[in-house]
Write a protein that binds this ligand. Structure first.
Ligand code: KIV
Ligand code: ZN
Length: 502
């Protein structure tokens, strides 16, 4: 069977999802889970874009041992130097450099002639090669590039040292038949193509990213770029879980395989959703809440007689298992630590201690602690700890005949902020009190709440999307008290905004 290289770009293109911004700890945690899942390449970020991203890419390069760690750079020396500075520590580093090659991008965005683009691509690939052995080159808007020009660019960059040629369908315009033929054309017309691997990077504007990637694979692509939960610019990238499960479930048809352990998919998907704040639609293929639910009586009857009647893959194959009560108030530190390891986390002693304290606090309020509760607790309370402003305490009164009132005490390392506000409902009043206390007014674009598990004492999981100065920030908060969860989510978003302006 042909082995397909899985290149994950959740931490780079995925982070370009509107409203998503990950801190260093969050990026490292997702990278560790990607490595544990067996992806081949992790695109850790775009180091020139911010110091924060540079630090996160360097940390991932130092932490990850088994995957290639790639960093993105435009085709200029400054970007390439910064990318190399960040990934030089990696066991297997890769510089990924790109320049647009379609007529429309060259004329209106780059304002460059095709010959200049060709020269730049050649020089910058050669420059990147002087720093790093493994060089990926992407002709941006590749699928809308004139084939003859594209062949020339690809041949030139292979001669300059590119090891991987990534063909992006940047605007998600292509269709499976067309994109497959496009890849075939490259294989047949680029003279030195046997000296490099072919990769594809498809966007999902027409909902065809996975289909286009599979068509490219059938026509000779060696590597597929994708993102967990299909995150990415606009409508996102090809979804990792859909690609991997399609290749795995239809081995008989594709005769291809990946190195991904499919049983890690569910965990990877929920970690990514929790960390990015982007919820998964219930009917999403593979990882949506309904993906393995059978509603109609006819289907249920069939599944009870033989699962294969309506199930082409099992829930277990993506790592879904029945909710089991794992821990409670009387569980000890060892049981808790064992459970964390079983869930796939590698936390140091200090973080395990912190998590254990939070676990005990939760166990006082909630009888049965399930895996999902532990995962939520680790993400919100232990991994995402770089919060400058913390909600110390609050008080809210509400009713149907009175306006809601909230008072809050928010603390930072050296200051205490206390304020009160009224509002239409408890959530509105507590958001206003937080805004007043920190002297920041945000625009609330979206608010959602769901319970993490079933039961009246379940943890409430709140996500908010706020905007300020033209930028969007996702905030997350959990608590058995939904007003507290909301306040923490709002403060989390404000913290992200404040970090972005420091
Ligand atoms: O969509 C795109 O073209 C990209 C490139 C940088 C590969 O993300
Ligand atoms: Zn992209």
């Amino acid at each position: 069977m042909r082995k397909i290289i899985i290149f994950d770009t959740t931490l780079r293109d995925g982070e370009q999802t509107p409203g998503v911004s990950l801190n260093k700890e969050e990026k490292v945690e997702i990278a560790k889970q990607l490595e544990a899942a067996g992806v081949d390449v992790i695109e850790a970020g775009f180091p020139i874009t911010s110091n924060g991203d540079f630090e996160a890419v360097s940390a991932i390069a130092k932490e990850i041992k088994n995957c290639t760690v790639a960093a993105l750079a435009r085709a200029n020396k400054k970007d390439i130097d910064r990318a190399w500075e960040a990934i030089q520590w990696a066991n297997k580093p890769r510089i990924h450099t790109f320049i647009a090659t379609s007529d429309i991008h060259m004329e209106f965005k780059l304002k460059m002639q095709p010959e200049e683009v060709l020269k730049k691509a050649k020089e910058m690939v050669a420059y990147a090669k002087s720093l790093c052995d493994d060089i990926e080159f992407s002709p941006e808007d590749g699928s809308r590039t004139r084939p003859e020009f594209l062949y020339e660019v690809l041949e030139t960059v292979i001669d300059a040292g590119a090891t991987v040629l990534n063909i992006p369908d940047t605007v998600g315009y292509s269709t499976p038949g067309e994109f497959g033929a496009f890849i075939k054309g490259i294989k047949e017309n680029v003279k030195n193509i046997d000296k490099a691997k072919i990769s594809v990077h498809c966007h999902n504007d027409l909902g065809l990213a996975v289909a286009n990637s599979l068509a490219a694979m059938e026509n000779g692509a060696d590597q597929i770029e994708c993102a967990v939960n299909g995150l990415g610019e606009r409508a996102g990238n090809a979804a990792l879980e859909e690609l991997v499960m399609a290749i795995n479930t239809r081995k008989d048809y594709f005769n291809c395989e990946t190195g991904v352990n499919t049983e890690r998919i569910h965990r990877l998907s929920s970690l990514t959703s929790r960390t990015t704040g982007v919820m998964i639609q219930p009917n999403k293929a593979i990882v949506g809440a309904n993906a393995f639910a059978h509603e109609s009586g006819i289907h249920q009857h069939g599944v009870l007689s033989n699962r294969m009647t309506y199930e082409i893959m099992t829930p277990e194959s993506i790592g879904l298992k029945d909710n089991v009560m794992v821990l409670g108030k009387h569980s000890g530190r060892h049981a808790f630590e064992d459970r964390i390891i079983e869930l796939g986390y590698s936390l140091d002693k200090e973080k395990i201690n912190e998590a254990f304290i939070k676990f005990k606090e939760l166990a006082d309020r909630k009888k049965q602690i399930l895996d999902e509760d532990i995962e939520a607790l680790i993400h919100e309370e232990v991994i995402e700890i770089n919060e400058k402003y913390i909600l110390k305490d609050f008080h809210t009164t509400t009713g149907n005949q009175i306006r809601s009132t909230s008072t809050v005490k928010v603390v930072s390392e050296d200051e205490i902020f206390e304020e009160a506000a009224i509002g239409d409902g408890p959530i509105n009043s507590i958001f206003r009190a937080i805004e007043r206390s920190l002297g920041e007014e945000m625009e609330l674009l979206d608010f959602s709440i769901k319970s993490i598990t079933a039961g009246r004492d379940a943890l409430g999981d709140v996500r908010v999307l706020v905007a300020k100065n033209g930028k969007k920030f996702v905030g997350k908060g959990i608590s058995t008290n939904i007003i507290e969860a909301s306040a923490r989510a709002y403060l989390n978003a404000i913290n992200k905004y404040k970090n972005s302006i420091e």
